[in-house]
Design a protein around this ligand. Structure first.
Ligand SMILES: Cc1cc2nc3c(=O)[nH]c(=O)nc-3n(C[C@H](O)[C@H](O)[C@H](O)COP(=O)(O)OP(=O)(O)OC[C@H]3O[C@@H](n4cnc5c(N)ncnc54)[C@H](O)[C@@H]3O)c2cc1C
Length: 436
């Protein structure tokens, strides 16, 4: 097999790899054949979704398997809300696929460029005290295991395999199809405000318990926060969007174009980052919007960045956030990207960052042109004292020894993985670091 000359990169450009070959199957049989090819060649196989993880999860020096040719809706039941999608389906396509059935995803994160299988495999989540991440919505999976067999699994059919595979880091099986619990279509009203930081942080748990979807952004060391609150409305609530010119100014110019230029300036002249963060903390809040849920949850992210995100027990959020603020102040940290604070409901998914605990997330970002490591490591070390679990798709520096302490079902996961793929066909050096 000729070596591939093509280098693949993650969205952030922070991780790159050169696989031997990239395969793009368009049928279940072709996925099985790809597994058999990797087995015959004695190389590893990793699935690539949308390439939007920041960590090296999808990287391999063997075969990269893209499921871009396996997208689309297989079934949707308006009565039960159960929807089956092909694994490669991009999140941005789902709203349109479900519209004829009057259904929608119950929650979404900040963007919609990921594949459905990639989103569940890393525990992707949005914000909302009553809502789990994507993996928590999964009700069934069709998998191709490392021996080439095709299995259907659900809570009632091989539940251990199901629990491991629905957030499996791509290490349990290739996810061909995902059955997701959806909800009747709805609209969202989004209101954004600039608020003083202290009361925003102090009331975050109460506010996020009251609101359907609530979060805030905070530019380190500014004394204001941008608070975003979304209210669920019936599907026929009148749409309300700002004038096109205002949207272009807010999203394309302030949110992306000008922002990139200002961040580049601050990367070259670090003292600029504090005044820039001050200005941004005033301008970040956008106009009120009412629209279909998918159009409100997500927004374009054209300025590339590196990111870590930490899941904390909700009842430790206030002290953890106070400790982080103090640390950033003490270390004179200068960054131009805000922290993002979100909330999610506890779930039972074995490797979920919200496993068995009501969760608050703190995400830290750094512009792609700046060195991210020291800042993100400072955040990691500060939050470690509060039992913080790292988002699997984002940057962190924990290995199996620490992760086993954080996840009560870690050993169960490892046992299922070892049984499902005893030869480590779906493993990589990064996964060995994570899973031992
Ligand atoms: C700009 C940006 C915004 C983001 N916003 C959020 C957010 O709001 N909330 C959040 O929680 N996360 C967020 N993320 C993180 C992102 O959702 C996750 O990293 C997600 O996994 C990316 O999905 P993907 O399809 O790109 O998967 P990839 O990054 O391509 O792959 C992720 C993992 O899934 C595995 N995988 C993919 N497809 C399959 C399959 N069919 N079968 C088996 N394994 C598979 C891969 O092998 C890999 O291990 C964001 C990332 C970016 C870059």
């Amino acid at each position: 097999m000729p070596a591939s000359t093509k280098t693949l990169r993650t969205w952030s450009r922070g991780t790159s790899w050169r696989p031997q070959q990239v395969l793009r199957p368009t049928s279940q049989e072709a996925v099985v054949a790809a597994i058999q090819a990797a087995r015959a060649r004695g190389c590893s196989l990793r699935v690539l979704g949308g390439g939007h993880s920041f960590s090296a999860l999808a990287a391999t020096d063997g075969i990269t398997l893209s499921l871009d040719g396996l997208q689309g809706l297989l079934s949707a039941d308006p009565e039960t809300g159960l929807v089956t999608l092909r694994g490669g389906t991009r999140l941005w396509a789902i709203a349109e696929l479900l519209a004829p059935y009057g259904l929608a995803l119950s929650v979404m994160g900040d963007i919609d460029r990921q594949s459905i299988a990639g989103a569940i495999q890393t525990g992707t989540h949005g914000t909302g005290a009553a809502f789990t991440g994507f993996a928590g919505m999964v009700r069934g999976l069709r998998l191709v295991l490392a021996d080439g067999s095709v299995v259907d699994t659900s809570p009632s059919h091989d539940p251990d395999l199901f629990e491991a595979a629905r957030l499996g880091l791509g290490s349990i099986a290739v996810v061909l199809e995902v059955t997701v619990q959806c909800v009747p279509a709805y609209r969202l009203e989004l209101v954004e405000r600039t608020e003083a930081l202290e009361p925003t942080a102090a009331s975050f748990l109460a506010d996020s318990s009251r609101a359907d979807h609530h979060e805030f952004f905070w530019f380190p060391r500014a004394d204001r926060a941008t608070v975003r609150t979304m209210r669920r409305l019936p599907p026929h609530a009148p749409r309300h969007r700002p004038a096109r010119a205002v949207e272009v100014l807010q999203q394309d110019v302030l949110g992306n174009g000008a922002w990139e230029l200002l961040c580049r300036g601050a990367a070259l002249v670090p003292p600029l980052s504090r005044p820039l963060a001050e200005i941004a903390s005033h301008l970040f809040a956008g106009p009120r919007v009412i629209d279909d849920s998918a159009a409100v949850f997500v927004a374009p992210r054209r300025v590339r960045f590196h990111e870590s995100e930490w899941a904390l027990p909700a009842d430790r959020f206030e002290e953890a956030f106070a400790a982080l603020r103090a640390r950033l102040e003490a270390e004179d940290v200068r960054v131009t990207f805000p922290l993002e604070i979100r909330r999610a409901a506890a779930d039972g998914v074995w490797l979920s960052t919200a496993h068995d605990r009501d969760t608050v997330y703190i995400a830290a970002h750094r512009h792609h042109a700046e060195e991210a490591g020291p800042y993100l490591l400072l955040v990691q070390r500060t939050l470690a004292a509060f039992g913080a679990r790292p988002h699997w798709g984002k940057l962190h520096w924990l290995g199996a020894r620490e992760l086993t302490e954080l996840y009560p079902r870690f050993e169960d996961f490892r046992a299922v993985r070892a049984a499902a793929d005893p030869d480590g066909l779906l493993m990589s050096s990064y996964l060995r670091h994570l899973l031992g």
